[in-house]
Design a protein around this ligand. Structure first.
Ligand SMILES: Cc1cc2nc3c(=O)[nH]c(=O)nc-3n(C[C@H](O)[C@H](O)[C@H](O)COP(=O)(O)OP(=O)(O)OC[C@H]3O[C@@H](n4cnc5c(N)ncnc54)[C@H](O)[C@@H]3O)c2cc1C
Length: 345
């Protein structure tokens, strides 16, 4: 269907290609949006989304529990450019539809630092602030300067600077007050032209040492991250998954002490506020789920934090497995796991 809007709105669209779990849900109406102008026109057609509006980037952090009513928008706004620079840094603007890894690879090619530890994270630039993507001791919050988008349903222009995005551990205002209230069109990132390139994680320093790299440059870190991630994580092109299914739980110190008395080898990481972050992967592995299979879905055999679609699984089957894991971890350790993956609808 082509309405008053430029963009083509399809009906009953299969979404298998639009989510990395490879779940076979359908969208009642579906449109890929390549410009802010098209997005603004679509938002004016309120009858298209009176039964729901869902936003997808690359679908690498969603679990489709069924068909999506109303309108699903896949944001595909392109473009990467340097908008200003000083002697020491560059302000980079990326369209929300730019692939995150493509953006990281581009920055490394330019010799800019700040994104290299976030290589190979699937997804789009526009979704990166939503859960403040992070890996190997770095996160989007380290470099994000601002976000621009359109308000839903009014279509008004919105600009939020970093502090207003309220970025936290796999968290932001876009998961709370602004959930479903803004469609991000562009992100602005402040990247460094020179200065030391920190290696913020043991796995990376070990990998660099094994490769004989003593003073790593941006490209060395980028390459090391890719090697480590390829060993640890399943490629969604081969095995459907959405990366870490759960967030690492952050618990009061007495809860961490109680677990450590029974399991002295529990990995724990002190937070600035006195609480303690535990490894969800370790808890799930200890609860016996590493490599577990339940029908057509399971837990990845090399990483207990990753739930996988072994072929033809439904969202409901994956949710049932995730509930079983949550229940086991709760009864074994007294810790509640929270999903990192967003369940739609
Ligand atoms: C193999 C694998 C490894 C991963 N590793 C990591 C990792 O190391 N660190 C990490 O943080 N994450 C990781 N992830 C999760 C995922 O890649 C990130 O969360 C990514 O940012 C999701 O981007 P996306 O475009 O696929 O978002 P989607 O899955 O399409 O959407 C995620 C959420 O963002 C919203 N959203 C998407 N685009 C927009 C927009 N333009 N405006 C407003 N809202 C929007 C959606 O509505 C949804 O709520 C991994 C996933 C996989 C499959």
């Amino acid at each position: 269907m082509r309405g008053a809007a430029m963009a083509e709105v399809k009906t009953d669209q299969p979404l298998k290609e639009f989510n990395t779990f490879g779940l076979d849900s359908r969208a009642e109406r579906f449109c890929r949006v390549f410009s802010e102008k098209d997005l603004a026109e679509l938002l004016r057609l309120k009858q298209l989304y009176q039964h729901g509006l869902f936003v997808l980037g690359a679908g690498s952090n969603v679990l489709l529990s069924g068909d999506l009513p109303g309108l699903t928008l896949a944001v595909a706004i392109p473009g990467i450019e340097i908008v200003s620079e000083t002697d020491t840094d560059c302000l980079v603007r990326a369209g929300a539809g730019v692939g995150w890894h493509e953006l990281v690879a581009w920055s490394v090619e330019q010799g800019l630092s700040g994104l290299e530890s976030l290589a190979l994270i699937p997804g789009s630039a526009g979704a990166a602030p939503v859960q403040n993507v992070g890996a190997y001791g770095c996160e989007a919050a380290d470099v994000l300067e601002a976000v621009e988008g359109l308000g839903v349903p009014a279509g008004n222009a919105i600009r939020l600077v970093r502090a207003e995005c309220r970025l936290g551990y796999r968290d932001s205002i876009f998961k709370h007050e602004l959930c479903n209230k803004i469609i991000i069109c562009r992100v602005y990132l402040r990247l460094r032209k020179r200065g030391p390139v920190p290696v913020a994680h043991r796995a990376l320093s070990d990998e660099l040492a094994a490769a004989g790299v003593a003073s790593p440059k941006v490209k060395d870190i980028f390459d090391a991250v890719i090697r480590v991630r390829r060993r640890r994580l399943p490629d969604p092109a081969r095995i459907g998954n959405a990366g870490s299914f759960f967030r690492n739980p952050i618990v009061p110190p007495d809860a961490a002490d109680r677990i450590a008395r029974i399991h002295p080898d529990v990995p724990s990481f002190p937070e600035k506020d006195g609480r303690v972050k535990l490894s969800a992967g370790w808890l799930i592995e200890r609860a016996g789920f590493l490599g577990a299979r339940r029908g057509r879905c399971g837990v990845y055999e090399k990483n207990a934090l990753v739930l996988v679609n072994l072929g033809g699984a439904t969202g409901a089957e994956l949710l049932s497995l995730s509930s079983e894991i949550e229940e086991s971890v709760r009864s074994m350790f007294g810790v509640s796991l929270e999903r990192e993956v967003v369940v739609l609808p």
